[in-house]
Design a protein around this ligand. Structure first.
Ligand code: T4K
Length: 399
């Protein structure tokens, strides 16, 4: 454990880890089972285009999320595009800016205009009061994000959407296996979209799924993900190729088999981060709502420079020198990215404040409790001696 400032790698000490400790290390599950599924797909000589493994995965996703239809896709970005297109949304889509670029990109790619909305300062999810202010006749949809696996304000957004006659979707890329009001995420709004990217709790190398109870929407999605070919084999829409391959489905099923174990491990990791950093001034590991189920995939550290004396980016650099690689999920927020920045820039107070403070920390089954204690000892040292570190930094750390 690091106790003195000279123990820190930025000041010449040995790095705390030999192998890099990353956010989003893949949760593969039983490798032999994956390889057996892959062999089976090869023997079956059906490798994509709605194959049996992808169909099995869809069935399991629908069961787990409690919806009638799950439509598997090659990734969540394409799934978001499909759902917006298949729902006939036009005009503007209100969404948070505190999200991955994929959320506004999906809308932009199908010719819609993302309208960025501020978030609740505590949850980081859409603030319904701010959403309501942004609704105009040009609004086609609201796209909530269940940020870090914590549910967006589903009930309020459902009310707003109904009242104003606009569609409601959720980007549930982070939220597989999570609940809202005890009900599985996946069944809210008109449709929800999951990601099964390599960095997610359940992963399929690349993959995604739309979940919905709307049978007609599901049918349009199935056609649109396959060039617009409908059930009569007629091309009735301008579709794309967004199908999930059997190799991805084999991975997704295997990772899904391990989901409960992954979830429990993530939950214990999160609890350890919370207890190890409890009471450290200027440092908060975001809690989860104990009444809800979560996948605990995102361990979110919020730093307060006014208290620690150390800028978030400096803490990140300091951790990187120890071979710990936190991620900026999400900083900068989308409305300040060059592609979406306006002149003068839009100001979203709570989004920007959270975005300046956030660091996502490594978790998952390959991160040991000992690893976490070690990471926390570095964070604690940095937070408690932030001003001294800042003063030493200019002299000791190469530009
Ligand atoms: N909506 C939201 C709210 C999202 O967060 C995302 C994606 C989407 C929509 C779109 O979903 P997809 O279309 O991707 O299904 C990563 C992921 O690529 C992206 O899927 C994810 N969110 C985003 C939050 O993170 P980057 O740019 O941070 O990826 P990269 O390559 O820098 O790696 C991230 C971390 O994971 C690093 O610590 C390294 C580690 N990693 C990564 C890969 C690929 C591994 O350890 N092994 C791996 O195989 O975007």
């Amino acid at each position: 454990m690091k106790r003195a400032l000279t123990d820190l790698a930025v000041f010449g000490g040995p790095a705390a880890f030999l192998r890099p400790l990353l956010v989003g290390m893949p949760t593969v599950g039983d490798r032999a089972r994956f390889l057996a599924r892959l062999e089976w797909a090869l023997d079956n000589e059906w490798l994509t285009n709605g194959g049996p493994l992808a169909t099995e995965l869809e069935g399991r996703i629908a069961d787990i999320t409690g919806v009638r239809h799950a439509v598997a896709t090659c990734n969540a970005t394409a799934a978001l595009q499909l759902v917006l297109r298949a729902s006939g949304v036009t005009g503007q889509v209100i969404m948070p800016s505190l999200t991955f670029a994929a959320t506004p990109h999906a809308a932009s790619w199908v010719g819609l205009e993302p309208v960025f909305c501020d978030v609740d300062p505590v949850t980081g999810c859409l603030d319904p009061a701010r959403v309501e202010e942004l609704i105009t006749p040009a609004t086609g949809a609201i796209l909530g994000v269940h940020l870090w696996g914590r549910a967006a304000p589903v009930a309020e957004l459902e009310m707003l959407a109904a009242e104003h006659g606009v569609k409601l979707f959720f980007d549930a890329a982070h939220a597989f296996g999570c609940t809202f009001g005890g009900r599985s995420i996946g069944g809210f709004g008109d449709a929800e979209v999951f990601s099964f990217h390599a960095t997610k709790t359940v992963m399929a190398f690349e993959g995604g799924a739309v979940t919905t109870d709307d049978g007609e929407l599901a049918e349009r999605l199935v056609a649109l993900r396959n060039f617009g070919i409908d059930r009569n084999k007629s091309v009735t829409a301008v579709g794309m190729n967004a199908k999930m391959s059997e190799a991805s489905a084999a991975m997704g099923l295997t990772s899904l088999d391990a989901f409960e174990e992954t979830r429990e491990r993530n939950r214990d990791n999160h609890a350890l981060y919370r207890s190890e950093l409890h009471g450290v001034p200027g440092i908060e590991v975001l809690p989860f709502d104990e009444r809800e189920r979560n996948n605990h995939q995102y361990v979110i550290l919020l730093t307060d420079r006014a208290v620690t004396g150390l800028h978030r980016d400096r803490l990140r650099t300091l951790l990187q020198a120890e071979k710990v690689f936190p991620r900026l999920y999400f900083s900068p927020p989308c409305h300040l990215m060059p592609v979406y920045r306006t002149d003068p820039p839009l100001r979203l107070e709570h989004t920007e404040r959270l975005s300046e403070r956030v660091l996502a920390l490594p978790t998952g089954p390959s991160v040991s409790f000992e690893d976490i204690r070690r990471v926390c000892s570095i964070v604690r040292l940095a937070a408690e001696r932030g001003e001294q570190i800042d003063a030493m930094w200019a002299q000791a750390v190469p530009a």
